[in-house]
Ligand binder design. Structure first.
Ligand code: PGA
Length: 249
C-alpha cells in the first residue's frame, strides 16, 4: 500500500491569495515526481472550494468537521458542506482542537462517525501530553482515545479510518519523538485495532506519525518506526521542504 503524507496547514495561511499560491506551487513541484506516497493537503475549510485538484496529484482534506448534517450549530462546518468540495480526507481529534476547543473523546467519536458515514476517510489524531508521558499514563491515554473514538465504528467503516500518533509534546516544538518509541506505540495501537476488529483489519490498518517531522527524520519514521505515513504541520507550509520530505521517503 502507498504511504500517506498529509500536510496540515492549520490556521497559518490567512488569505486566499497566499493559500492558492502555496497550493499551486506544491501542485507544480509534485507533478511528475515519482512518488511512493499519496499526498493530502488539509487546508482551512473556507479555502477548500477554491482549490482545484483536477489533473493534480494532491488530494484535499479538511481539518475538522461537525457531527450533525444541518441545524442550529453556529460556526460549525457540516459534512454536507464539505461534500460539495473536492475534500476526501478529514482530520478529527487533533490535539489543538482537544486543547483550545475542549473537544472530548465523545465529541471526537461523533465527528469520526459523521465523517465516515458521509464517505470521507478520517485521520484520527491521538497522543499523550508531556505530563501524561511523565506520569506513565501514555498507554492508558492512547487506549482510551482509540476505544472511545471507534466505539460506533464497525468492521466495514474502520477501513476508512487512519490513526495518526502525535505525542502532544512533539507537535510544533522541534522535539520529535524517538523513532523507537514511535515503533513501540505503533505496535501497541495496531494491537488495539486487532483486539477490537480482527488480525486482517489490523494488518492493513494505516498508522501515521506526526510531531516535528522534517526531511531529516521523515524516512526513519517510515522505515524504523514502520509507520504508513506522516502528518506534517510546520514543514508543510514550505513547499520546498514538503517536497524534500516526499522525496526522502
Ligand atoms: P508539526 O505539527 O509538524 O508542526 O509538529 C504536526 C501536527 O500538528 O499534526
Amino acid at each position: 500500500m502507498k504511504k500517506l503524507i498529509v500536510g496540515n496547514w492549520k490556521m497559518n495561511v490567512t488569505s486566499l491569495a497566499k493559500t492558492k499560491k502555496l497550493f499551486n506551487s506544491m501542485k507544480r513541484k509534485i507533478k511528475g515526481l515519482e512518488r511512493k506516497a499519496e499526498i493530502v493537503i488539509c487546508s482551512p475549510s473556507i479555502y477548500l472550494p477554491n482549490l482545484k485538484t483536477k489533473n493534480s496529484d494532491i488530494i484535499l482534506g479538511a481539518q475538522d468537521i461537525f457531527w450533525e448534517n444541518e441545524g442550529n450549530f453556529t460556526g460549525n462546518i457540516s459534512p454536507l458542506m464539505l461534500k460539495e468540495t473536492d475534500c476526501k480526507y478529514i482530520i478529527v481529534g487533533h490535539s489543538e482542537r482537544r486543547k483550545h476547543n475542549r473537544e472530548t473523546n465523545e465529541m471526537v467519536a461523533r465527528k469520526l462517525k459523521a465523517a465516515v458515514s458521509n464517505g470521507f476517510k478520517v485521520i484520527l489524531c491521538i497522543g499523550e501530553t508531556a505530563i501524561e508521558k511523565k506520569t506513565g499514563q501514555a498507554l492508558r491515554i492512547l487506549n482510551t482515545q482509540v476505544s472511545k473514538a471507534l466505539r460506533r465504528i464497525d468492521d466495514k467503516e474502520v477501513k476508512k479510518v487512519i490513526i495518526a500518533y502525535e505525542p502532544v509534546w512533539a507537535i510544533g516544538t522541534g522535539k520529535p519523538c524517538d523513532v523507537n518509541v514511535v515503533l513501540t506505540q505503533n505496535l501497541l495501537i495496531r494491537g488495539m485495532i486487532k483486539k477490537r476488529y480482527s488480525s486482517r483489519v489490523a494488518q492493513s490498518f494505516q498508522i501515521l506519525y506526526g510531531g516535528s517531522v522534517d526531511h531529516s527524520n521523515a524516512k526513519e519514521y517510515i522505515d524504523v518506526a514502520r509507520t504508513q505515513g506522516l502528518l506534517i504541520g510546520g514543514a508543510s507550509l514550505d513547499s520546498k521542504e514538503f517536497i524534500k520530505i516526499i522525496k526522502s521517503i
